[in-house]
Design a protein around this ligand. Sequence first.
Ligand code: RB5
Length: 145
Amino acid sequence: MVAIGSDHAGYEYKEQLKELLGELKLPFKDFGPDTAESTDYPDWAHKVARSVSSGECERGILVCGTGIGMAIVANKHKGVRAASCESVTAARLARRHNDANVLTIGARLTGWEAVVDIVKTFFSEPFEGGRHERRVQKIHTLTSL
Ligand code: RB5
């Protein structure tokens, strides 16, 4: 299950994402909002990240103006590895090297056509494991500091 959420800046893309995820046969849960009214991105990022952290959803997609605020918030949650991706290359490496489980998108920075390719990449690229496994483990091990 893919958790999705946005703020007002990302609302339109979130609605379009539902169609795209449907085409990709990826079940999703929309955590809101239900309108494009001005709203605070942390409220939605916390909901989506909580669902990934708890295991309710395996992956998440968050959309705001830049993708940055959503990533900052989502990465506060245990087990969440959110990556703001503006390119297919970033999405590929976020999956292959960082095992990213939440994709954040900047609707004001990335055109929809690119977003389609970024999303497809994010859900098709595997985690490489190997040396990256150790590094990913260290992300969540604060005692290694
Ligand atoms: C909203 O204007 C904007 O600040 C927000 O969508 C996001 O870009 C924050 O990181």
